[in-house]
Write a protein that binds this ligand. Sequence first.
Ligand code: G3I
Length: 364
Amino acid sequence: MKFSQAVKLAVLVGASLPTQAAAVPTPAASSALPTGTSVVSGLNVLAKAAGKLYFGSATDNPELTDTTYTSYLDSSAHFGQITPGNSLKWDATEPEPNTFTFTEGDQVTDLVKSNGQILRAHNLVWHEQLPDWVTANNYNATGLTAVIQNHIANVAGHYKGQPCMYAWDVVNEPLNDGDGSFRSDVFYDTLGSSYISIALTAAREADPNAKLYINDYNIESTGAKATAMQNLVKSLQADGVPIDGIGMESHFIVGEVPTTLVENFQAFAALGVEIAITELDIRMTLPETAALLEQQKQDFYTVVDACLQVSACKGITVWDWTDKYSWVPSTFSGQGAATPFDDNFVEKPAFDGIVEALKGQSFS
Ligand code: G3I
């Protein structure tokens, strides 16, 4: 943690005072937002000591040119697992029919390997970041089945056998919000829900050692969508379709973290699948305040603690670890500050919340 403390000090020394400060002298420290104070050997180290497989983060290729960023990311002490945020998606890996590109995916995977981390690969079949040719070619059921199978055979096949490979998000976000019905997209509209079993079966064939996940949002708490996902799991199991895990994305809002996480995680575990918190971030309406950061600390504690309470929850992935590279501000206007480290890579109170939960401590 020496490096981050040096960064923190630099930020404090360089902090500019509000414009009123000249008229009403205010000590710099009191005008600064609170920061995290925990000094630990690493989040991943703590997660493993707590019986989890990993604490990890998403990352994306453009960020890998930022050497300060990578100096943290490279620390398998903090991040023992990596999810490529974009570079394994369909538009990145098969931009034209049967033309595969793995340059960016390999860049992240090579980093994972050299850092001794494990890989959650994301994702094989999703209605977003899908090249036009998949939707525009008006494939019939037979044609689209072949397209899915070829995509998965090549992409999952390319990464097959890598020692770092832990899991594939094979199907991403198949359910609608609200009632949890199947999302209308080219896959469902052409094949019905059978596209899910086609994809899972193809993934098992392509990489027999990878855990096969379905990943979605708003299934973290009890409700119609979570129930629909559980029903999907039961139906796949009844049909003998391989399904190993369910990813709980966990894109939350400060002060609105669900209260039924543990109960819901246990309901999934009872089906015999593992679960993972795959894309955790907790956004707020800007500007940040001390009160919002304190609530965010509580919220990160709640989510991490919920994973710790359920043995089927294998690990926790933040959807990038620093506000500098979070997807949130570009998607939710006026919102952000959703991760445990700020724009300057300084730990926030949320970091302390994660640490306290991983250590099995009461929230302080
Ligand atoms: O690659 C182009 C680049 O060529 C172009 O110059 C640039 C201009 O905006 O856009 C780039 O594409 C962007 C892409 O990320 C890669 O950076 C897209 O516009 C942008 O929409 C895309 O956003 C990604 C988003 O998925 C797409 O839905 C986010 O980075 C990524 O973090 C986010 O991740 C998703 C998970 O996969 C699934 N769960 C939700 C999560 C958050 O939305």
